[in-house]
Design a protein around this ligand. Sequence first.
Ligand code: AMP
Length: 415
Amino acid sequence: MPFLKLGLRPELVQAVERAGYQTPTPIQERAIPLALAGGDLLGCAQTGTGKTAGFVLPILQRLAGRRATSPRALILTPTRELAAQISESVKTYGALLPLKSTVIFGGVGYGPQELALRRGVDIVVATPGRLLDHLQRKTVRFDALEILVLDEADRMLDMGFIQDIRRIVAAVPAKRQTLMFSATMPPAIMKLAGEMLVRPTKVEVAPSATTVTDVSQIGHPVDHDRKRSLLVHLLKDDAMRRTIVFTRTKHGANHLTDHLERHGHTVTALHSNKSQPARAKALGDFRAGRARVLVATDIASRGIDVADVSHVVNFDLPNSYEDYVHRIGRTARAGATGCAISLISEPDRDLWRDVERMAKTPIQQQVVEGFEPTPGRARSSGDGGRRGARPRGSVPGRGDRGGSYSRRFGRPVSA
Ligand code: AMP
């Protein structure tokens, strides 16, 4: 079905065609007509499904044709990178309409944000913390708000944004359209939906496990303390053109980045201890191909949309299957194929079993020649052999907002 059939105006159809999209994705096909009709929507979808256009296009259509002095649409999202990406999408899809938008997030100065808000915008894309600061400083008001989007709601709750969100929602008109998207629908999300949505239509697409069918997955068993050498070895393969490597901690990410650099690789790191300009630069270098490898932690990388990622490497296994799916979903974006490699040391065994159980399929395991794991060694080797032990030298830290706490494994992680 072409975009025109969804009831979108020609300026929007033209803009998505210019972006190279030929047909709407399943979430777009379902969400766009519903959102255009004005009702509340609860979408179960994750990044990679095209959900951004699913809510941005109807917003642009509903706001087009009228101007206002204060924002009429607000999109809340958990991370700065996601906010920046959504803001780009708003600009791309809205290029042929006279609507103004701005993006608000922490880690950068207030001045330019205040100026943009003062000049007047139709659409605000924001992370909750900084937006709340603006509300408290009275540099923004939402008296005229018509549409509220809560994007990646489960992650916003994980990151401890719930109180900020409640305060923001209390500052917007009760009579509004609310669109909420979440990759998972745990009870806390259903409760939030019950508070914030009115008779929502539920739209569900491709649950986690089916979104990643285009990713070939493999596990390499290896001794914990040889993971770094194995990665250097794997990177000799030119097929790993554009690779994201995930570590569990910021410290681990820095450490690994130094190691890969020493071995002659162009590497950049992305985690929440970096300043916003440094994060933007890291992502920019990776996107532009100036760095072949991006070393990242989970929170900082949520929703990163870089085209043409050839490989994702789980240097450390993630704490939940949900994160596993999110990570490997960074490759194989929008129909491309990709490859996900997990380095499995003895301490990772329990997590790996969980991944396989949740994936409902055994994932191929292959020992790499020269990196055979030492039998029966790791559990007593003091290399983090206890399940849940922090890698040596890592410090417990805070994520963007106090880190996240894995629901499935109950372990605090710092990203
Ligand atoms: P999202 O899930 O919104 O993060 O989108 C994932 C990726 O799919 C982004 O790179 C979009 O540019 C791309 N995309 C979104 N909609 C479509 C579409 N209808 N056809 C092809 N690609 C799309």
